[in-house]
Design a protein around this ligand. Structure first.
Ligand code: S6P
Ligand code: ZN
Length: 193
């Protein structure tokens, strides 16, 4: 039965053209300095922080709902274009705390790749482009990389109780990195690091 004091129906405006949530209740901002430990070239990241004035890497706009089973959490994720050395700007990436929870990404703007991996070492990537939907199955960690020249924007939706486990990815990383090779994005094995 639905609790009488559960969240009431509501609406949120999304500017589909520019990929913005209008008047979000919560905005998470990740700057270059929040990304220490994630890129293959830490020196390049430090130069970006010092010389590039610690630019915004990505923002997540939310109007949250209770983190309880039955609700759906959703957000707009906006990842800036750029390079750290030869590696495209990316999100930290995470598993969901509740392993059995999937996620849908509908790309609204830009070009990129969604890197996904399992705990058993499977790793794959799906293209992100306006109108493309990427399904992240339960148990797959996910990280997006912006390989284009404009902001990579997605609408994401997932079970509200999912939670986020960043620690494992911070430790392990992904088996592959999205690098610029001869001017083009390429998935490169991280094994040699
Ligand atoms: C949440 C969903 C996205 C990410 C966002 C930033 O489950 O996957 O909203 O939070 O793309 O990435 P990250 O890895 O820093 O949370
Ligand atoms: Zn997620």
């Amino acid at each position: 039965m639905v609790e009488p004091d559960a969240v009431r129906p509501f609406g949120v405006e999304i500017d589909l053209q520019n990929g913005r949530m209008l008047r979000p209740e919560r905005t998470t901002v990740r700057r270059a300095s929040d990304m220490r430990g994630y890129y293959a070239d830490p020196g390049a990241l430090e130069r970006l922080i010092e010389e590039g004035d610690n630019p915004v890497h990505y923002e997540v706009f939310e109007t949250p709902v209770p983190e309880t089973p039955g609700n759906l959490m959703y957000c707009i994720s906006a990842l800036q274009p750029g390079l750290v050395g030869q590696e495209f700007f990316m999100t930290k990436g995470h598993y969901h705390e509740v392993k059995e929870t999937a996620e849908l990404y509908l790309c609204l703007k830009g070009q990129g790749l969604m890197l996904m991996k399992t705990e058993t070492g499977d790793c794959t990537a799906e293209a992100m482009a306006r109108g493309r939907l990427v399904y992240v199955p339960p148990g797959w960690a996910h990280r997006s990389a912006n390989t284009g020249a404009e902001t990579l924007v997605s609408f994401c939706v997932y079970p509200a109780e999912a939670g986020h486990n960043y620690g494992d990815i911070e430790q392990e990383g992904f088996p592959k990195r999205v690098l610029r090779v001869n001017g083009r994005p390429e998935l490169v094995s991280a094994a040699a690091e």
